[in-house]
Design a protein around this ligand. Structure first.
Ligand SMILES: Cc1ncc(COP(=O)(O)O)c(C=O)c1O
Length: 410
């Protein structure tokens, strides 16, 4: 056995144990697309999907992708430098206009968009200031920037969503420039960034604010353009990063900003320059969703909000703890690993998928089910999920908060 096999054996012990106990919850295989899918031959309603507007499987979207396959196939076999199509350029121009920025650049994933943006903009003259709950793409972009010899920025963290903590960090920074990166909506907690306070502090300390609005795009603001539309702060935030992998029904990353900044990232971001171009069928699908948002965005956003309001009210009435959530992302806090896993398995047996989030993704004591309400969920879906959550929430002491105690083997 080589050392890498030894290493894998040692490091995967926890995964092996979970599989042996038949509570390993990840990488479950969907047998169809959509919120109403099938796992191991059984129908399942997915409540952990990020398809917030329920448009991914819309016939118009699929038809556009099929047409694009005929014209451009599934890939362009090269990066954007030598594989840009008129479809890419047209959609970038439309997106820039829809979001209200001068320019847009499409990456192959949102993860790459954030990596490329941070590495291109933050250098040795920069202090990068991150929220302590930052998504992996923000952390990885920062680690990458910090590892470039001679260019490494100073890296500082502030307490999650704390304006006071942010101000302390900006005041005591060591570098001339400062770049603050936050998320519009935090994906595990479902709370929004305190942007009104952050833009003021950034202005006071001459810092640039970058907002990753992956979960706000399509869900917030009257037209669905995101958290900056909702808060009326678009003019105060010079750089936005987003994704097609949630409301836009596919895959792909977005950078929005001024002509100069977007052009700089376009010519510097290695995650853009050295990775394959976004396939045109995916561009066509996103472009069709943009058509639909332009036609009917406000109605779709209202429908999403009505559904999430209903679900939230019922969960709160039943006594569930939703942490800091104030959006369609509603973590059902179980605060104990076994309770979370048991809830997940019991719900799945009954056809409802709510993915468990456990340590190290969250701290011990903050384990939860990932619950996202989407516009694609029906009243029956929500009522079925609520009934099951109440039943098992009582059975596994999630609602009472009591200790679950030792579990005897069957
Ligand atoms: C906040 C945030 N940013 C960025 C990303 C990455 O997006 P993508 O799936 O397009 O790589 C995600 C996806 O999980 C996310 O939640």
């Amino acid at each position: 056995m080589s050392w890498i096999d030894e290493k894998a054996k040692v490091e995967l012990q926890r995964v092996r144990e979970a599989r042996e106990k038949q509570v390993y919850p990840y990488f479950r295989e969907f047998e169809t697309g959509g919120l109403h899918t099938q796992i191991a031959g059984k129908p399942v309603i997915n409540f952990s999907s990020n398809d917030y507007l329920g448009l991914t499987n819309h016939p118009r979207v699929k038809e556009a992708a099929k047409k694009a396959v005929e014209k451009y196939a599934c890939g362009l076999s090269s990066s954007r430098v030598q594989a840009t199509t008129t479809e890419h350029v047209e959609l970038e121009a439309r997106l820039a206009k829809w979001f209200g920025y001068e320019r847009c650049l499409m990456f192959t994933t949102g993860y790459q968009a954030m990596l490329g943006t941070i590495v291109s903009l933050a250098d040795k003259d920069t202090t990068l200031v991150l929220d302590s709950y930052s998504h992996a793409c923000i952390l990885d972009g920062t680690f990458l920037a910090a590892g470039i010899p001679g260019r490494a920025p100073e890296v500082r963290f502030f307490n999650h969503n704390s304006a006071k903590s942010l101000e302390r960090i900006l005041k005591s920074r060591e570098r001339k420039n400062a770049m603050v990166v936050v998320e519009g909506v935090y994906s595990l907690d479902g709370d929004k960034a305190h942007l009104a306070e952050f833009v003021e502090i950034c202005a006071k300390y001459d810092a640039v604010l970058v907002v990753d609005d992956a979960h706000g795009t399509g869900t917030l603001g009257e037209r669905g353009t995101g958290v900056l539309e909702e808060t009326g702060l678009r003019d105060r935030v010079p750089v936005v990063v987003s994704t097609f992998s949630k409301s836009f029904g596919g895959i792909g990353g977005l950078l929005l900003g001024s002509e100069e900044v977007v052009d700089l990232v376009k010519h510097n971001a290695r995650s853009f320059l050295f990775s394959a171009s976004l396939p045109v069928p995916v561009v066509a699908a996103a472009s069709t969703i943009l058509d639909m948002l332009e036609e009917d965005g406000p109605k779709m956003v209202r429908e999403l909000h009505q559904k999430s309001e209903y679900f939230r009210t019922e969960l709160v009435k039943a006594g569930f703890d939703l942490g800091a959530s104030n959006t369609h992302i509603m973590p059902v806090m179980c605060r104990e690993e076994r309770k979370t896993l048991f809830m997940h398995i019991a719900l799945l047996e009954c056809g409802v998928l709510m993915v468990p989030i456990t340590y190290p993704a969250v701290k011990h004591g903050e384990e939860r089910l990932r619950v996202n309400i989407t516009r694609g969920h029906t009243q029956e879906d929500m009522d079925q999920a609520l009934d099951l959550l109440k039943t098992y929430g009582e059975a596994f002491f999630v609602l009472s908060g009591e200790d679950i105690g030792p579990v005897e083997p069957a």
